[in-house]
Design a protein around this ligand. Structure first.
Ligand code: CA
Length: 671
C-alpha cells in the first residue's frame, strides 16, 4: 500500500514538473502597499467553466507566490488524482486549463505565500461541493435541472406592495411527526403535496397555499458550516448564519450531501414546485461575515482582503461573529453581486434578505439592485438596517435604516413597529401596544404609513426613529416577530403573566392584524398563524428540534387563530387600499381619526384608494381591556372584521357609533 502511494505521488510530481516545464513565461509577482493597490479583475469568468473537452479554473489571488490545483475522485477522503501548478496572469489571476472531460471530479485550490500553504479551498466561486463543503466539483449545471425546469417561470410580481412574506426554516417545517411529510427536514419535504396532520388539516406547502402568502423567505440555505453533513443520522439543528460556501446549497437539507449534484437538483426541484404553486422564493443571505476567519475560503485565497480591519490591524467585528466583510472593496463587491445574480438566474431565486445589511456599503447594494432588475423587476431586496457591533466604515456610507433614502428600492425591517406592537425584543418582560401598554400610539401610526412622511404624525413621539425614514411604503418590512427572539406567543406569555389565555390569544391576533393592515410589506414568522411557541427560548439558533420545530397539531388546537390570519391575508390581497404604492397616495387617502383614549388608533382610507372596490374604509385597533365607542362619519357602514370574525362582504350595517370590542381590530367599509 505504502509503495503504491509513493508511486502515485511520483506520477503527480512528474506531471507537475512537465507542466511547469512547458508553460510559458509567467507574470512577475507585484508587491502592494495596501489593499487599495490590489488589481481589480472585472471579467465574470472566475466561475469554473466546464465543457466535455476541457475545464478552465481561475482564481484571483494577487499576493500568492504559488497556487496548486488538486484533483480528487471524491468530495472527501484520501483520493488525490492529480495536482498541477497554476499559472499567474495579469490582474492577480491564476489560471489552469485542463484538457479532457473532468465532469464530476472534485478539486481544491491551494495558495502558498512565502513558502507556506494557506490550506485548501474549494474556491469562493465554487458551484458544487462535496460533503461539508471542503472540495468543489466540476459540474455541468445543465444536468442539474429537474424536468420541466425551463418551462416553469417564476410567478409574475407586478408590485413590491403586493408581497406577503413568510419566513421559515427548511427543517422546522417538516421534521415533526405530525407534519405527515416523508422527506423530513429536506428541501423536498418543503414541497410535498397533499400532506396532512392527524386531524386532516393541510401541512407544508399546502398549508402555505391555504394561508395565502406570496413569498417564502428561507432561512440560510447556502452551504453553512455548523451542521455536520457526515452525521445526519443524529438530529442536528442550526439556523445557518455561519457561511461556508456562498454559491452552493446547504448539504444537510439534501438526501445525499456526499454527491455534489444531489443538493443542487433537489434545491431546484423545491424552487420549481414553489413556483408552480405561485409562491416566490427568497433567500436569506449572509455576506456580512464568515464562520471561519483565518481559515475561511476568503482568507485562504487573498489574506485579509475580503475583511475590514481596525486601525490596529485586528479583524473588525460589526457582525458580532468575529469578523466583518468589506463590501466596499471591488473584488468583494463583485463577489456579492455575481453571487446574487447567480442564484437569481441559475436557481430562479426571487429575492434576497440581507443579514445585518447595515454592515454593507450603500453603493454595492444599489449596484446589485440595478443588476437584479435586469433579470426580473420583481426581485425583492430587503435587510436588517443595523449591525451587531461598530464598524470602521463610516455610518454615512453603510446600508443603515437611517440611510434608507439613499438605497434604491431596497426595503428595511421596521424595528420601530415590531417593538411598538409587542415591546422591546431586548427586554423580555416589556409590553407594547397590543399587550396594552399606553404611549405607543404614535409609533403604531408611523408603522401604519410604512415609515413614510404623513402630515398627521408627530415623529418626535416615535419609539426609535424620529424621522420618516422610508421614501415609499415598499421600503418598509412590517413585522412583529421573526426567527430571532421570542415567538410572538412566547413574548406575550412572558410579558403578560397575569392575563388569561383568551386575552393572550386576542393580543396575538391584534398584533398581526396591525401588520396586515399597515402599508408596509408584511412579514410573518412561520407558525405564528398557529401561535407557534419555542418554549420561551429566544436565541434558539442551535437548539434541538423540539424547541424549533413546527408541531402541526397546533393547527388543530389553534385553528381559530389560523382562520383569522388566513382571513386577514385574503382581506389584504383583495383590497389594494391596504398596500398603496406611494407616500403621496397614502398621505392623500389615509387619515387618522380623532380618538380620546390611549391604546386606540383609528384611521380611514378614503375615496377608492389605489383602485379599491370599497369607497371608504375604517380600521380601528383597540388594545384596551374594555370596548371603545368610535364615532363614525356620516352614512351606513358595513362591518367586515369584528373580534375574531372576518366577513369580507360585511356582517352587518352600523351608523353613527360602533363599539370596538376589547383587545381587537375592527374594519368597516362603505361601497
Ligand atoms: Ca454545510
Amino acid at each position: 500500500m505504502l509503495l503504491l502511494k509513493i508511486q502515485k505521488l511520483g506520477v503527480i510530481f512528474m506531471m507537475s514538473f512537465l507542466f511547469g516545464l512547458f508553460s510559458c513565461s509567467e507574470e512577475e509577482k507585484v508587491e502592494y502597499r495596501s489593499f487599495d493597490e490590489y488589481p481589480v479583475y472585472s471579467h465574470n469568468d472566475l466561475w469554473t467553466s466546464y465543457t466535455s473537452k476541457s475545464t478552465t479554473f481561475r482564481i484571483w489571488s494577487p499576493t500568492a507566490d504559488d497556487i496548486r490545483l488538486n484533483i480528487y475522485s471524491h468530495g472527501h477522503g484520501e483520493n488525490l488524482l492529480e495536482s498541477y501548478p497554476m499559472k499567474r496572469e495579469p490582474k492577480g489571476i491564476w489560471r489552469l486549463k485542463l484538457k479532457g472531460d473532468y465532469k464530476n471530479k472534485y478539486y481544491t485550490f491551494e495558495v502558498s505565500i512565502d513558502g507556506k500553504s494557506l490550506g485548501e479551498t474549494p474556491g469562493i466561486y465554487a458551484q458544487a461541493v462535496g460533503v461539508n463543503g471542503k472540495r468543489a466539483m466540476v459540474i455541468d449545471m445543465q444536468n442539474t435541472n429537474p424536468e420541466g425546469w425551463e418551462d416553469t417561470p417564476r410567478p409574475v410580481q407586478k408590485s413590491y406592495n403586493d408581497i406577503i412574506l413568510y419566513e421559515l426554516h427548511v427543517r422546522d417545517m417538516s421534521i415533526h411527526a405530525s407534519s405527515g411529510i416523508k422527506n423530513k427536514g429536506k428541501y423536498l419535504g418543503l414541497v410535498e403535496c397533499g400532506t396532512l396532520n392527524n386531524s386532516g388539516y393541510s401541512t407544508g406547502i399546502d398549508h402555505m397555499k391555504e394561508l395565502g402568502i406570496t413569498h417564502v423567505h428561507l432561512l440560510p440555505v447556502f452551504d453553512y458550516h455548523t451542521v455536520d453533513e457526515t452525521q445526519l443520522e443524529k438530529p442536528q439543528f442550526n439556523w445557518g448564519y455561519d457561511p461556508h460556501n456562498y454559491n452552493v446549497p446547504e448539504g444537510s437539507y439534501s438526501t445525499d450531501p456526499y454527491n455534489a449534484q444531489v443538493r443542487i437538483k433537489e434545491f431546484k426541484e423545491m424552487v420549481k414546485k414553489l413556483h408552480e404553486n405561485k409562491i416566490r422564493v427568497i433567500m436569506d443571505v449572509v455576506y456580512n461575515h464568515t464562520f471561519y476567519t483565518e481559515k475561511s475560503n476568503f482568507n485562504r485565497e487573498v489574506p485579509g482582503y475580503y475583511y475590514r480591519q481596525t486601525e490596529t490591524g485586528e479583524w473588525s467585528n460589526a457582525s458580532g461573529c468575529g469578523n466583518e466583510t468589506a463590501s466596499e472593496r471591488p473584488m468583494m463587491r463583485k463577489f456579492i453581486i455575481e453571487s446574487c445574480k447567480y442564484w437569481a438566474t441559475e436557481y430562479k431565486i426571487d429575492g434576497f434578505r440581507f443579514d445585518l445589511m447595515g454592515i454593507h456599503d450603500i453603493e454595492t447594494l444599489n449596484l446589485l439592485r440595478a443588476e437584479l432588475k435586469t433579470i426580473d423587476s420583481g426581485i425583492l431586496i430587503y435587510g436588517e438596517g443595523w449591525t451587531g457591533g461598530s464598524s470602521p466604515l463610516p455610518d454615512s456610507v453603510r446600508a443603515l435604516k437611517e440611510n434608507a433614502k439613499k438605497l434604491d428600492d431596497i426595503a428595511l425591517f421596521s424595528d420601530d413597529i415590531r417593538d411598538a406592537i409587542k415591546g422591546s425584543v431586548f427586554e423580555s418582560k416589556s409590553r407594547g401596544f397590543a399587550s396594552g401598554k399606553p404611549g405607543n400610539e404614535e409609533t403604531i401610526k408611523f408603522g401604519v404609513v410604512a415609515s413614510t412622511n404623513h402630515p398627521q404624525i408627530d415623529y418626535s413621539k416615535a419609539n426609535y426613529s424620529k424621522i420618516p425614514w422610508a421614501e415609499k411604503p415598499s421600503q418598509t418590512i412590517g413585522y412583529v416577530s421573526c426567527h430571532d427572539n421570542n415567538t410572538l406567543f412566547d413574548k406575550l406569555m412572558i410579558s403578560c403573566p397575569d392575563f388569561p389565555i383568551e386575552d393572550i390569544k386576542k393580543m396575538h391576533k391584534l398584533a398581526n392584524a396591525i401588520v396586515l393592515t399597515s402599508q408596509s410589506i408584511p412579514f410573518l414568522h412561520a407558525g405564528v398563524e398557529m401561535m407557534r411557541t419555542k418554549g420561551g427560548e429566544h436565541n434558539s439558533y442551535n437548539m434541538p428540534d423540539d424547541i424549533n420545530q413546527i408541531d402541526w397539531s397546533w393547527k388543530t388546537q389553534n385553528n381559530d387563530i389560523f382562520q383569522y390570519y388566513k382571513g386577514l391575508i385574503s382581506l389584504r390581497k383583495n383590497h389594494p387600499a391596504f398596500h398603496m404604492p406611494s407616500q403621496e397616495m397614502i398621505a392623500k387617502h389615509l387619515q387618522f381619526m380623532e380618538v380620546n383614549k390611549p391604546n386606540v388608533v383609528a384611521f380611514s382610507i378614503n375615496d377608492n384608494a389605489n383602485g379599491d372596490s370599497w369607497k371608504n374604509i375604517i380600521v380601528v385597533y383597540n388594545s384596551m381591556e374594555e370596548g371603545y365607542v368610535l364615532k363614525l362619519p356620516e352614512g351606513e357602514w358595513q362591518v367586515a372584521v369584528r373580534d375574531s370574525w372576518i366577513v369580507e362582504d360585511g356582517m352587518e350595517g352600523v351608523s353613527k357609533t360602533v363599539m370596538v370590542p376589547p383587545l381587537s381590530m375592527m374594519v368597516l367599509f362603505q361601497k
